[in-house]
Write a protein that binds this ligand. Sequence first.
Ligand code: AMP
Length: 339
Amino acid sequence: MNRLTTLTPLIRSGFRWVVPSLTRSFHVTQTCRADVKVIESIKDLRAWRRDQMLNSKTVGLVPTMGALHNGHLSLVQSSLEQNDNTVVSIFVNPSQFAPHEDLSNYPRTLETDIAALKSLDSPNPITVFMPPVSEMYPSGISLEVSKQVGAFVEVKGLSEQLEGSIRPHFFRGVATVVTKLINAVGPERIYFGQKDIQQVVVIKRMVKDLLMPTEVVMNPTVREENSLAMSSRNTYLSQDSRSNSNILYKALATGEKLYKSGVSSRNDILSAINAVLEPFATSADGFHIDVEYISISDKITLKEVDKVNPGSGAIISAAIRVPNKEQKQTRIIDNILLD
Ligand code: AMP
């Protein structure tokens, strides 16, 4: 059983973490609740960071928008293991939402988030950075890009396709807020989930091109029991929709299986994925989905590939809209990395 599979039941049963070296040698479980403190201003964060620097302490950063689930907590756990200190930012970033999107309804569960972090077992402390919008956007922020003023970061060539084709200014918002967080925290390492694979590709390029002194670490996607990728937005789904939405992962896994059997043609892999999704896309009632895109793209350039070459591999990814509790639709995304 790998580390992530063991994490889920541990977190469910009160966020206890088994220290691996101790369990291996002495068969005991050590629980040591992480010390959690909250900082809200950049000024206080910088003062705290200066102390860490003077004491030669390393810092890992886990950027989140809160409504924490096991996917987030797996990133925090990695950071706790690899750094002396961990900063978890909880900030619902306005600039990555379009005016018609769910900024005002986005789930905000601060108390449970802090409780979840406090329940992680680690000798290393966690600093929750929870700035108000005015700290992060001192020149103000409009959701309408044409009305925005001030400095923004764009990563060209990687932000327009896939998620960017549906959410045109999304990665500009993400790159901007991650730049601000890196500037404010100065982390040795910054942690992201494979669930949002395009985000990882965009941020890796940004860090490289803008000479940012931090290492980008990607953790695998954490899934619900039925394989649906965990997401804060899964709370929008009805129970029925939540159980059926694993069809997205099943479809991508069918493509992966075909590739592993020796098939490398884009068209063949896409057809196999489509064949799984199609019945739900054409059904008139019940669990009806709309497919936004299915992609087989290069891992670095995110350009679509005609053939998957073993060794270079590819990303197979897709976005679909599924029914939600309000008789509307919620977007879900997922991906699998081919080697
Ligand atoms: P969010 O709060 O949605 O902005 O996500 C914060 C971080 O958690 C991002 O790096 C996401 O990719 C990561 N994340 C979200 N869901 C998952 C998941 N199911 N497994 C692993 N990482 C995740």
